[in-house]
Design a protein around this ligand. Structure first.
Ligand code: PLP
Length: 356
């Protein structure tokens, strides 16, 4: 039972779709399926009607990398909101593509303060922020940050890895230019695909580049050749597309708002059940808490490694903290198919048994 902050259990419909017989990546049936995926992604991200959407053949980190590779040029000023591991990963990638990086930080377990972004916006070409910081369970205030960025001329890149498909995400209304996630998170598809969405404004910025994008594999023009003009760029992993299509359809059929309610309801039950055992919220302010990754401070004297090992022996997989929060917190995943009562009931029973 995967109660981790990713990957999540594969949706049964995605599992069945994975078993479909192989088709070629240039098969008209695959292009028709891809078109449906692109349209469903526009709905999931809340984009402009014609925004470019696609799947990259890699994990969420490739979605992150493709944004910087296509939309940043050497010497650009990039403001990165870095209040956890994934924000820091963004800063590192932006720097590798030649950006001059300005960091806005916040203490661990706290959200980025939009006023800090406003104070450093002058002359910035791109602002990058992680919506849900998985390493600490913090939800950054993307709508407020987007409002500040809107008038500045900077592009806004948002890491939606733990949010898209499960949390409100309104790319067009908020003014987000580039967003990405990983198939294995809120959609419960197998890992290996990074769904991206690119605004028309970002595409125009890309088209005006002084030099070609240094990452050939994810060059937006090459991706558009395949996804829009149906000419060969590289061999896409067709079976993963089948599974992704099924998982995304299942999410939209369930309804995005219903999924948001499901996560919240599950989070409240887990929290109420674990509180008597001594677990408490790690993120102090309720509005900063990421519903899809519940970060819980461990009880005093708790044997983190020992209890997780004992749970693993019962086939229950739970994730601890990362870096400075190792041994301090657990991060319980409530994305996609992990936000279901049955696996959490099993966790509660096992914990009550282990902790006496
Ligand atoms: N961004 C966030 C917020 C994440 O949680 C993760 C993975 O956990 C990533 C990026 C990287 O995704 P992947 O491990 O799929 O490359």
């Amino acid at each position: 039972m995967l109660l981790t902050p990713g990957p999540t259990p594969i949706h049964p419909k995605a599992m069945r779709a994975l078993m479909r017989g192989m088709l070629g990546h240039m098969d008209p049936e695959v292009f028709a399926l891809n078109r449906e995926i692109q349209q469903d992604l526009r709905v999931m991200y809340g984009t402009e009607p014609e925004a470019f959407t696609a799947l990259l053949a890699g994990t969420g980190s490739l979605g992150m990398e493709a944004g910087f590779a296509n939309l940043v040029e050497a010497g650009d000023e990039v403001l990165v909101c870095a209040n956890g591991s994934f924000g820091r990963r963004m800063a590192e990638m932006a720097a590798r593509y030649g950006a001059r990086v300005r960091l806005v930080t916040a203490p661990l377990g706290e959200a980025i303060n939009p006023a800090d972004v406003a104070a450093h916006l002058d002359g910035v070409n791109m602002v990058a922020v992680v919506h849900g910081e998985t390493s600490t369970g913090v939800l950054n205030p993307v709508p407020e940050i987007a409002e500040l960025v809107r008038g500045s001329g900077a592009l806004l890149t948002v890491d939606a890895v733990t949010t898209a498909g499960m949390e409100p995400f309104h790319m067009q209304d908020w003014g987000v230019d580039y967003a990405y996630t990983g198939a294995q998170k809120c959609l419960s598809a197998p890992p290996g695909l990074a769904p991206i969405a690119v605004s028309e404004r970002a595409f125009a910025r890309f088209a005006a580049r002084r030099s070609p994008t240094p990452l050939w594999y994810c060059d937006l023009e090459g991706l558009r050749d395949y996804w829009v003009d149906h000419t060969y760029h590289h061999t896409v992993p067709v079976n993963l597309h089948f599974a992704f299509h099924a998982a995304l359809r299942a999410a939209l059929d369930e309804g995005l708002e219903r999924r948001q309610r499901r996560v919240r309801a599950m989070g409240q039950v887990i929290e109420r059940t674990l509180a008597p055992l001594g677990f408490s919220h790690y993120v102090r302010r309720p509005e900063d808490r990421l519903p899809t990754v519940l970060a819980l401070r461990l009880p005093e004297g708790f044997d983190d490694a020992g209890v997780r090992k004992a749970l693993r022996e019962r086939e229950i997989s739970v994730t601890g903290g990362l870096g400075p929060t190792a041994g301090v917190i657990w991060r319980l995943g409530l994305m996609g198919e992990s936000a279901r009562p049955a696996p959490y009931r099993a966790l509660m029973v096992a914990l009550q048994d282990l902790l006496g």
